[in-house]
Design a protein around this ligand. Structure first.
Ligand SMILES: Nc1ncnc2c1ncn2[C@@H]1O[C@H](COP(=O)(O)OP(=O)(O)O)[C@@H](O)[C@H]1O
Ligand SMILES: [Mg+2]
Length: 304
């Protein structure tokens, strides 16, 4: 079942297009990674999905509802935003107690204590949040976001600014929540984080979705060995590209004097001969295997 449907979302701020026709869907139970560099439009997308911001056009539907118009539906989601909005002068326990009341959570004390154990803050439950480290605050914000057993949890860069250990703990919490069957929508600029915990990822660049697929598919699709041919200058590279295209090799990429295309072991020497016979000097030829990181970097550089 689709629990999030984003259709042709456009958002302009002062006439500047920040989201340029975004569409994707998230299935129930999925951990969906919404990936992109700073300023790509992740938080804007999230705010529109949550009904906190109106799109210029297009729509975002969560469990069949528009969250901007439906208080009941809004109660079925949990949110961890960058600014955690925790009460500094209240203890960890009281912060959760406040939200539990707001959401009419039954069996409050037990529930809160369980959650505090779950995020590893039980021992510190009586301390004021004002003295907490960033990592502790983030964990408490996650506990708060799930106190009412939401169906979907939205997290905006949950591990940004945390030290590696706290990052790992936040990651583990997300994995644990996913095991409990929750749908998770995770905004992140960190490919490493996303590929560790997400089932599917979308890569956003300058308000456009560049890819959206299962992490495994992306690995399979992109992590093929490629041939990198280095010519002597850009002009030769362009000519080499034309020749390769004329031979039916259409998936070439050109970057300065280097051309890359999917590796074809059987045709390697044949291609090389044709290029040299056409007067193109080859400085180097290499076989390289791309990682998901190479792909991500390529994508986010493509539209700068
Ligand atoms: N309220 C706003 N007014 C004007 N521009 C905004 C506003 N909110 C975000 N933007 C711009 O929209 C773009 C995308 O921002 P954002 O969604 O926060 O990116 P991300 O979360 O991916 O880092 C940025 O260029 C940002 O400056
Ligand atoms: Mg953001």
């Amino acid at each position: 079942m689709k629990v999030i449907e984003v259709k042709n979302l456009v958002k302009e701020f002062n006439g500047r297009k920040v989201l340029d026709g975004i569409s994707f869907e998230v299935e129930e139970g999925e951990v969906f990674g919404y990936l992109g560099p700073n300023g790509a439009g992740k938080t804007t997308t999230l705010r529109i999905i949550l009904g906190l911001l109106n799109p210029t056009s297009g729509k975002a539907i969560v469990m069949g509802k528009n969250l901007a118009e439906d208080d009941e539906a809004r109660k079925k989601v949990g949110v961890v935003l960058e600014n955690d909005g925790l009460y500094e002068d209240l203890s960890a326990f009281d912060n959760l107690e406040y939200y539990a009341q707001l959401y009419d959570v039954s069996n409050r004390k037990e529930k809160i204590e369980d959650l505090l154990r779950f995020v590893g803050l039980y021992e510190r439950r009586r301390e004021k949040v004002g003295v907490f480290s960033k990592g502790m605050r983030r964990k408490l914000a996650i506990a708060r976001a799930i106190i009412h057993d939401p169906e979907i949890l939205f997290l905006d860069e949950p591990s940004a600014g945390l030290d590696p250990e706290a990052q790992r703990m936040v990651r583990n919490l997300i994995v644990e929540l996913s095991r409990k069957g929750r749908t998770i929508f995770l905004n992140s600029h960190d490919l490493d984080e996303v590929q560790r915990i997400c089932d599917r990822i979308a890569i956003l660049q300058r308000g456009r979705l560049m890819v959206c697929d299962a992490v495994e598919n992306l690995r399979k699709k992109f992590s093929k060995p490629v041939t990198a041919i280095s010519t002597t200058d850009e002009k030769s590279a362009k000519r080499a590209l034309e020749i390769l295209n004329s031979l039916g090799i259409s998936d070439c990429n050109i970057n300065g004097k280097i051309i890359t295309f999917v590796f074809r072991e059987d045709k390697q020497s044949h291609l090389l001969r044709i290029l040299t016979e056409s007067g193109i000097e080859i400085e180097e030829i290499r076989k390289v295997t791309k990682t998901l990181e190479d792909i991500y970097l390529e994508i986010i550089r493509r539209r700068k």
